[in-house]
Design a protein around this ligand. Structure first.
Ligand SMILES: [Mg+2]
Length: 369
């Protein structure tokens, strides 16, 4: 027997620096100075503990409450080996409370922890359980929103010098795009995450203006992000399009693919339904000849899970890594100051937090048993 005995919830908040002006995630939000991780640790009756992570950041008060009051109690006593059936049963049970957002984030965290446990039980890193054979993967530097061309150029060059093959901007103007493009070597890729600001018509004008300027992809150009047919129109301008971090399940990815809306699928393992649902997205993306490059703007156990998913893919992909400097190290696997990551042969996800730092930066804690 290996049933779920208890689930620990830890909300962790770590100060960071970005070597430039600070802004909110989106216009209208306060400047970002600490990055949170909503961690879960699932403990089994046969003495194995696995780590997972739920999305995330500023919605964590809601995700924590959803885990504590609704989702985690449902998992207590269930068979920890029954990973995909548990995700699907929980989804049906809680679907009335949303198939995206904090409920789905909570299910994602527990699914990831159960995969960590499965790896430990098998004595294998998760990427090997998933059929992978490449322990070393490439990273790409995902920059914060600077809003200032000089800072964009300076930090882009710094990330390139650290070995990143691609720099991603969170900017939304052509002068800011060009500040990075002109600062970097032509062979260094630059991708553009604009955060769903435009109508289809506005996005088409921008796509036409930048399609010959050597950018890797234009991410989430259209509001709303699930305007599948509108995205396909933008894509018809000849600019590669990426999207996917802000949809709920594999079924919405099907709509992206069937509309011919995207070149790059970006499921987020701590939002979409964990490793189980992400495998379904990857299989469907393969069937439609769409590349999968995961969304991964986080640093906790979900970062390790994303790394294992990238290492398990037959098709190489770079792992998104938030380009910042933390005040302290909690997750030794997370190192944005290198363009490569060698996954350890540790069984499971290999998430081995620095215990003293974890304790110091935990701002809320609970155990469900
Ligand atoms: Mg994004």
């Amino acid at each position: 027997m290996s049933n779920i005995k208890s689930i620990d919830l830890l909300r962790v908040s770590l100060p960071f620096d970005i070597n430039g002006p600070r802004n909110g995630i989106r216009p209208g939000m306060a400047a970002w100075t600490k990055m949170e991780s909503m961690m879960v640790r699932v403990n089994t009756t046969d003495g194995i503990s696995g780590w997972g992570e739920a999305f995330g950041h500023f919605v964590n008060p809601g995700t924590f409450a959803t885990l504590q009051g609704l989702v985690a109690p449902w998992y207590i006593g269930k068979d920890s080996r029954s990973i995909a059936p548990l995700l699907d049963q929980a989804d049906r049970t809680f679907s009335g409370f949303g198939r995206g957002g904090p409920v789905r984030y909570a299910l994602s965290a527990i699914d990831i922890a159960l995969w960590d446990i499965a790896g430990q039980r098998a004595g294998q890193p998760v990427y090997r359980l998933l059929g992978g054979n490449t322990p070393t993967i490439g990273l790409y530097a995902s920059l914060f929103r600077y809003g200032d061309p000089d800072a964009i150029a300076r930090v882009s060059r710094e990330a390139e010098a650290a070995g990143h093959a691609m720099i991603k901007l969170h900017e939304a103007t052509i002068p800011n795009f060009m500040a990075a493009r002109e600062a970097l070597k032509p062979e260094t890729h630059v991708s553009l995450d604009v955060g769903s600001p435009w109508t289809v018509g506005e996005a088409r004008v921008i796509a036409r203006a930048i399609r010959d300027k050597n950018f890797a992809w234009l991410e989430e150009p259209v509001w709303p992000p699930e305007d599948f047919a509108g995205l396909a129109q933008v894509r018809s301008e000849g600019m590669p399009i990426s999207c996917g971090e802000n949809v709920g399940t594999v079924h919405e990815f099907r709509a992206f693919f069937e509309n011919g809306a995207i070149d790059v699928a970006q499921p987020s393992v701590i939002k979409i339904g964990g490793i189980t649902e992400m495998r379904r997205v990857i299989a469907l993306a393969e069937a439609h000849s769409v590349r999968m490059v995961p969304h991964c703007f986080y640093w906790g156990p979900g970062y390790n899970a994303s790394a294992h998913m990238v290492a398990a893919q037959a098709r190489p992909a770079l792992l998104e890594t938030a380009y910042l400097t933390f005040e302290d190290t909690i997750n030794p696997t997370f190192n944005p100051k290198s363009g490569k990551l060698a996954l350890p042969e540790t069984p499971g996800l290999g998430f081995t937090p620095n215990a003293a730092a974890l304790e110091k930066y935990t701002i809320a804690k609970a155990t469900v048993a």
